[in-house]
Design a binder for this molecule. Structure first.
Ligand code: FAD
Ligand code: NAD
Length: 475
């Protein structure tokens, strides 16, 4: 017998599970197939994000930040603690608790919305049929649907001559599950994962060395932000070596020997653990039968148009396995948009206003164009900025490095980009995204009342500074 659904979603990450819930809300008979299995051997929905990505990394960033503040920052507040110690196993258990609460929450939402959850592997066949192999089973079932959404996500990229062994040479999942602080942690790639997870273990006492191939740190960020970031991370003790190519890595006698090449030639460095974080690639292994007729592009991504339609009518694809930034909120919004289009509604995503956040300390967040992009595109713009150190709240909380930088069109004053490094950047970027969605001007933000004393006053002052009329700094 063939099970028939209105919608089948393959993949239960933030793209797939959100698409399934929205489709069910719209009255569509929906199934979601996800093969991920948690530490307890049971289905664990939520994909990379909930299991080995966004959430566990933020849980560890939070724990390690408390420990770091205790050791380095609280004395200035008159708080002294002797014999502070970190029990890594407790920290990891807390993180696992947060993960299982959230993955269980998704299963609960599926039940509440009547999404049929199928634990196992899905494979797209021709004619909108899906072969489902239940977890720990060899038997397959045939399912069909009017619409199928592919949301298979991504996996870490590997580099030549550096093989993951899940003990010494690890990926993000391994770095989120270490049971003790490595004395020397090497990280290949000073990108988002390298900086976030490198920060976690550095705060807990590891000597962290980041080996980055490119000559600049965070090349996609605005140059004023990446310059500040490089300075602040160095001050924190992260050893970031730019322009460094890893030739090979091997485990010898319980340590990792890494052969490097940089401008001064070839050298060898030794680590106790090596995290490889050089990017992620779409995961499409075993997803598409030969006759499925769904095309991949030259980057290995599932080819989609601006509406997330693949090359086969009724088959859609979203999230990390298609073009665009590999971000959970991007995947989720695509999931909602596709479910609504399937239900006959209009939906659209503005890729230009998707925010980026890096959860280091200080946090980094941006939306829209960088100054270097505007220059390359020949767009005339005005720039305003404001340091957190000049806000009352920034000084009061005692964690005031960084700034807000705003870029606005020279003629229309429409905001084209906002770049923040500093405390609370992840939350502050939201008002900038909203303003840009409404095609707002720097003048609009400048005329909106911001509560005092808050960090959002730095956004307000940066908007005023676009017109060179900031109150609390020289113009
Ligand atoms: P995924 O989350 O990868 O989910 C895909 C799911 O599909 C998985 O469960 C997989 O097992 C399943 N699957 C794949 N193929 C099949 C198949 N054939 N049959 C059945 N199931 C299948 N993004 C942010 O926005 N903010 C962050 O702070 C952030 N932090 C991150 C930290 C780390 C360490 C990492 C690695 C990533 C982070 N990301 C973050 C990125 C974010 O996790 C991804 O962009 C997001 O998870 C993509 O969602 P998705 O639904 O497309 O895919
Ligand atoms: P990334 O693209 O952010 O960084 C990879 C870095 O590795 C780059 O700086 C790149 O130049 C460098 N690199 C590539 N090959 C190299 C080599 N051979 N030797 C040395 N350096 C090399 O990728 P990532 O950190 O692996 O993260 C993957 C994706 O996951 C991110 O792009 C992002 O989409 C997502 N993510 C998001 C967040 C967040 O939103 N806070 C957090 C983590 C991950």
């Amino acid at each position: 017998m063939t099970d028939k659904f209105d919608v089948i979603v393959i993949g239960g990450g933030p793209g797939g599970y959100v698409a399934a819930i929205r489709a069910a809300q719209l009255g569509l008979n929906t199934a979601c197939i996800d093969m991920n299995t948690g530490k307890d051997g049971k289905s664990a929905l939520g994909g990379t994000c909930l299991n080995v990505g966004c959430i566990p990394s933020k849980a560890l960033l939070d724990s390690s930040k408390h420990y770091h503040h205790l050791q380095h920052d609280y004395a200035a507040h008159g708080i002294s603690v002797s014999d502070a110690s970190m029990d890594v196993k407790t920290m990891i258990a807390r993180k696992d608790g947060v993960v299982s609460q959230l993955t269980g929450g998704v299963a609960q939402l599926f039940r509440a919305n009547k999404v049929k959850q199928l634990h196992g592997r899905g494979r797209l066949l021709a004619d909108r049929r899906v072969e489902f192999t239940p977890h720990a089973s060899e038997e397959t079932r045939l399912l069909t649907a009017d619409n199928i959404i592919l949301a298979a996500g991504s996996v870490p990229v590997a580099i030549p001559n550096v093989s993951y062994d899940d003990e010494y040479i690890i990926d993000n999942a391994g770095a989120l599950d270490l049971t003790e602080v490595p004395k020397r942690l090497g990280v290949i790639g000073a990108g988002v994962i390298g900086l976030e997870l490198g920060s976690v273990w550095q705060r807990l006492g590891a000597e962290v060395t980041l080996l980055e191939a490119l000559p600049t740190l965070l090349a996609a960020a605005d140059k004023d932000i990446s310059k500040q970031a490089a300075r602040l991370f160095k001050k924190q003790g992260l050893d970031i070596r730019l322009g460094t190519l890893v030739k090979s890595a091997s485990v010898v006698g319980g340590e990792i020997k890494v052969l490097l090449e940089d401008k001064s030639g070839t050298s060898e460095v030794h680590f106790d653990r090596l995290l490889v974080a050089v990017g992620r690639k779409p995961y499409t292994e075993g997803l598409l039968a030969e006759d499925s007729a769904v095309d991949l592009n030259q980057h290995g991504q599932i080819e989609v148009n601006e509406k997330s339609q693949t090359t086969v009518a009724g088959v859609w694809a979203i999230g990390d396995c298609v073009r665009g930034p590999m971000l959970a909120h991007k995947a989720s919004e695509e999931g909602i948009a596709v479910a609504e289009m399937i239900a006959g509604k209009a939906a659209h995503i503005h890729f230009d206003t998707i925010p980026w956040v890096i959860y280091t300390d200080p946090e980094i967040a941006w939306v829209g164009k960088t100054e270097q992009q505007l220059k390359e595109e020949g767009v005339a713009y005005r720039s305003g900025s404001f340091p957190f150190a000049a806000t009352g709240r920034g000084l009061a909380i005692g964690n005031a490095p960084g700034l807000v930088k705003m870029l606005a069109d020279e003629d229309s004053d429409e905001i084209l980009g906002v770049h923040i490094i500093g405390p609370g950047a992840s939350e502050l970027i939201a008002e900038c995204v909203v303003t840009m969605e409404f095609q707002g001007a720097a003048e609009d933000l400048a005329r909106i009342v911001h509560a005092h004393p808050t960090l959002s006053e730095a956004v307000h002052e940066a908007a005023l500074h676009v017109d060179k009329r900031a109150i609390h700094r020289g113009n």
